[in-house]
Structures are given as C-alpha cells and as structure tokens.
Ligand binder design. Structure first.
Ligand SMILES: Nc1ncnc2c1ncn2[C@@H]1O[C@H](COP(=O)(O)OP(=O)(O)OP(=O)(O)O)[C@@H](O)[C@H]1O
Ligand SMILES: [Mg+2]
Length: 322
C-alpha cells in the first residue's frame, strides 16, 4: 500500500509517519519510508543520526540513475532526457517491488531497523525555487509510478506541509492519504483545503487527530471533519521522550496510540489497491505535463509514451524479464 502523511506544518506528519513505519516493520511487514518534505526530518525520526541523515545518499541527486534504471529497454523512452517525472512505465520498463534488491535501493536508500529509507535530499538556499524542489520530488513520483506493492507491504511518504502537496500530481499516487490534524482551526483549515482539491481525484483521505488532550479536542475535530476522522493520537510522553533523545522500542508507545496506528494500517490494507485508477491518473498527469512543457522542451509528443493497455499491477511481476 502506498500511503501519504499530509497536513499543516508542525501537525505531526513526520512523527506519525515514522511511528507508523516502525510499527508496521516491527510486526514484520516490508516497509519503505520516503521523506518528500522540504524540511528533511523523517530519517532522524526513524532513528538515523541527524548528521548522517543529512549526508546520506539522496533520491534527487540520483535522478539520472533512477531514470536510466526505470526506463530499461522501453523503446518509447530511448534516453533519460525523454523521461519526465510523469512518464508512465510501458513494455521494457523496469518495475520495482518493495522487497527486491535493485541498484536504486542500493545507491539511494539506507536500511534503518528493517525499514528501507530514502530522502529526496536536503535543500540548499539556491534550491528553494519551486522548480528545483519539484524536480527532486519528481524522483519519488517516478518511483511510485514504477512500484508494484502488495497489501501487506507499506510505502510511507512524509509529504510537504499544507497545500503545497498539490503542486504536482503526486497526491494521486497513494492508496490512502492520512491527514494529520491538530484540534485547531488552522489545522482543520488545511484538511478542508485538501479535501476540496482531492474531491476531484478520488483520493481516499482519512484524518488522524494528533496532540489530543481531552474529549473537547475530539469533539472539535468531529465537528469540523466529520466522518473523515478515523482516530486520534494523544499527546504522547513517548514522543516527547524521543524528542529528548530517548527513543524507546516502538512497543513502548502508549497502547491507545499503537491502536490508532494499527487501525490506520488495517483500514488501508482492507481498502486495497485500485490499479486502474492509479494508471488512469498517471496518464492524466503525464498528458498534462507533456502539453504544459514537456513537448516544447523535447520537441516530440511525449503523450505517445502512454501505452494504452499497459496497466500497472501485480499481474506484471511474472512478466518482468530483468
Ligand atoms: N502525539 C504527539 N505528542 C507529543 N508531541 C508530538 C506529538 N506529535 C508530534 N509531536 C511534536 O510536535 C512537533 C511537530 O511534529 P512533527 O515534526 O512530526 O510535525 P510535522 O507535521 O512533520 O512538521 P513539519 O511541517 O515541520 O514537517 C515535534 O516536536 C513533535 O515531537
Ligand atoms: Mg515533518
């Protein structure tokens, strides 16, 4: 399952994404965790030394490798220059699975306690132009578009704060989107904005309340987000201790918070995957990117990279020749 953690800045996206990933891995599920935020904190939250996390291999810097590996021998993508972040896979493309080894995982991912982790890469001042940020995050979009994951495997992506997450089609690449929401007007405001955008794209959004102190907090969230609220995490001594450098085993998280993570994971797995929608929307965003700038830049009609009867899904794994 491909899962996004979104929400207002500071709501707890990174905290809940890391706890979710650690819990799933602790139960034996294969887990990939990706930091796609501008502020890169997920590695540290998963237990990487913050300096090592900043120095680690980054997806954004490995874009040439990623493009060359994924395009494989697809005749419609004869060079990396002709691969946009939206270029969908076709016959000859290399598809990824969560558990395999491949040169991308070897080069750009790090193993942390059984979790395969990658970051888009730190952002130096010059990068803060929107174009550069999006080109780095494009590496994540490409990986998601070539990744065949199963129900009991979890790909957890910590997203950029607020509505910025809608600046590309990446928000449609997830089976489930967990919107982390504090009991404040600004936080529910981000939910309402997100729900508005997502409505047109069949995005499954579930709200997880966070930093909840009492019943009044829960009532506030219910009033503003209604049935989208699937659970809430209390203000956590475990998280606070982790912030002070004492990261306990995940089983020591408060039982009510563990139960929320378990319910969220089970809900996502039960909802299952919709490869038809995933493929259809990948094509839609690729056509848009091709028309908006890709065709002009490359001088060819990149929409022709779409192979009409090539739907991503587990049925392709047997056919993989590489
Ligand atoms: N349930 C919780 N209990 C106690 N503290 C929490 C809880 N959830 C998050 N926090 C704290 O709130 C702060 C913000 O959390 P976090 O960094 O996860 O938010 P974020 O949404 O990822 O922020 P950003 O938008 O900056 O990426 C951190 O100090 C974190 O430890
Ligand atoms: Mg964060």
């Amino acid at each position: 399952m491909k899962l996004a953690f979104v929400g207002k800045g500071g709501s707890g996206k990174t905290t809940l994404a890391s706890l979710f990933a650690r819990r799933a891995a602790g139960l034996g599920h294969p887990v990939i965790a990706v930091d796609a935020d501008i502020n890169q904190h997920l590695g540290a939250a998963l237990g990487l030394d913050p300096e090592a996390a900043a120095m680690g291999p980054a997806l954004g810097e490995n874009m040439p490798l990623i493009k060359d590996y994924l395009r494989g021998s697809n005749p419609l993508v004869p060079s990396a220059d002709l691969m946009l972040k939206t270029t969908p896979p076709g016959p000859g493309s290399r598809l990824l699975t969560v558990r395999e080894s491949n040169p991308i995982y070897d080069r750009a991912f790090t193993e942390i306690d059984g979790i395969r982790f990658a970051a888009t890469g730190g952002f130096v001042d010059d990068d803060l132009g929107v174009a550069c940020y999006h080109s780095k995050v494009g590496a994540v979009e490409l990986l998601l578009n070539h990744l065949i994951d199963a129900r009991d495997e979890f790909v957890v992506v910590d997203m950029v704060a607020g509505a910025e997450a809608f600046a590309s089609g990446m928000f449609t690449r997830f089976d489930h989107t967990f919107l982390v929401c504090e009991p404040t007007l600004r936080s529910v405001g981000v939910y309402k904005q997100y729900a508005g955008y997502a409505a047109d794209y069949e995005v499954n959004i579930a709200v997880i309340g966070n930093k909840i102190d009492d019943d009044e907090d829960v009532a506030f969230l219910r009033e503003h987000v209604g049935d989208a609220l699937i659970g809430w995490c209390s203000r956590s001594g475990y998280v606070k201790a982790a912030e002070r450098g004492r990261v306990g085993p995940i089983g020591e998280l408060e039982p009510e918070n563990l139960a929320v993570l378990d319910a969220a994971r089970e809900r996502a797995a039960a909802a299952g995957k919709d490869w038809e929608k995933f493929t259809r929307q990948a094509r839609e965003f690729h056509r848009k990117a091709a028309a908006a700038w890709g065709n002009d830049r490359t001088g060819i009609d990149l929409a022709e990279q779409i192979v009409p009867d090539f739907e991503l899904g587990e049925h392709l794994l047997g056919a993989q020749t590489v």
